[in-house]
Design a binder for this molecule. Structure first.
Ligand code: C2E
Ligand code: MG
Ligand code: MG
Ligand code: MG
Length: 284
């Protein structure tokens, strides 16, 4: 915002900046403590078939509810964690929790499909990411062929050569790879050709007006065609209305996530939700 700067106002601005640094530092310390205290939690949002609402998989989403306060959204605390190696500790915890749940569900005879976990750039590009992932899968063998990592285009394009090598190693562990928020970051999709990716997730910003804006519908149609050529599965994010779902069905989009049918939920609620699904709609 362009503002006329009054004499002496630089003092005000620098105080504002100092306050912000202080706030972020406070948040970072509190988050570090929450991780130590086991005060973070994973919620799970079902992924469903567009045509039949069959439950296909889950996305794990991090939740932080400080005691006595209100929940802090990941969009607020993840960027703070990403400023330091704290994101690696948090990411390791999320991966460990996800694999532990996958293993427990398998032992209980449940098969809620693949579980997707969001991975930040600093974590993904960390020197021993693949080694630690491999060790984790030795600890939780059920995670093999059931875990998928979601990364954004930005994460990959930060270092394409290195990303390609790393992604091949991850694939070799039996872990899936998905491109999150697809279409929001870069205009060239050529990089997809060269990477061992399994899935793209269409960003909510394309889905939001799909039933009203022909341009958005056309973009989705193109992305679906691209995915078909590259043999990638597609998940549409943020489906909130029947009209949006109908448009996706018309375009032949296979899978979706959204508040329309299922919000992210804690594990006990997820178990109840899965049990409520028609037997034919739950993969056994
Ligand atoms: P994302 O990975 O793109 O996750 C999708 C977000 O959309 C989630 O927000 C989800 O709750 C929300 N969502 C799902 N369906 C709908 C819908 O129908 N309408 C609307 N308006 N929103 C919907 P959430 O949980 O607040 O997470 C926000 C972002 O924070 C995620 O975006 C992801 O980038 C990041 N994030 C969340 N958990 C983790 C994590 O464990 N690790 C990392 N590195 N990032 C995470
Ligand atoms: Mg995601
Ligand atoms: Mg996304
Ligand atoms: Mg998103």
């Amino acid at each position: 915002m362009a503002k006329r700067i009054a004499p002496g106002s630089h003092v005000f601005f620098s105080q504002e900046m100092a306050d912000e640094v202080q706030e972020r530092l406070g948040l970072s310390n509190a988050l570090q403590q929450a991780l130590k205290d086991q005060a973070l939690e994973l919620h799970f949002q079902p992924q469903l078939g567009v045509d039949d609402d069959r439950q296909l998989g889950l996305e794990a989403l991090l939740r932080w509810h400080p005691p006595g306060g209100s929940p802090i959204p990941p969009a607020h605390f993840i960027p703070v964690a990403e400023e330091t190696s704290l994101i690696c500790d948090i990411g390791d915890w999320v991966l460990q929790q996800a694999c532990a749940r996958i293993q427990a569900w398998q032992a209980a005879g449940l098969q809620p499909g693949r579980v997707s976990v969001n991975i930040s750039a600093r974590h993904f590009h960390g020197p021993d990411f693949v080694t630690r992932l491999s060790a984790l899968l030795q600890q939780y063998p059920a995670g093999r062929n059931r875990l998928t990592l979601e990364v954004t285009e930005g994460v990959i394009l930060e270092n394409l050569q290195e990303s390609r090598a790393r992604m091949s190693q991850i694939k070799a562990l039996g872990v899936g790879l998905s491109i999150d928020d697809f279409g929001t970051g870069y205009s060239s999709f050529a990089y997809l050709r060269e990477l061992p990716v399994d899935e793209i997730k269409l960003d909510r910003s394309f889905i939001q007006h799909i039933d009203k804006r022909p341009q958005d519908k056309a973009i989705i149609a193109c992305l679906l065609e691209l995915a078909a050529i590259l043999k990638l599965t597609v998940v549409a994010e943020g489906v909130e209305t029947e009209q949006q779902l109908a448009s996706l069905a018309e375009l032949g989009c296979p899978a979706y996530q959204g508040y329309l049918r299922a919000r992210p939920m804690p594990e006990p609620q997820l178990m109840a939700w899965l049990a409520e699904q028609a037997p034919s709609s739950v993969r056994r």
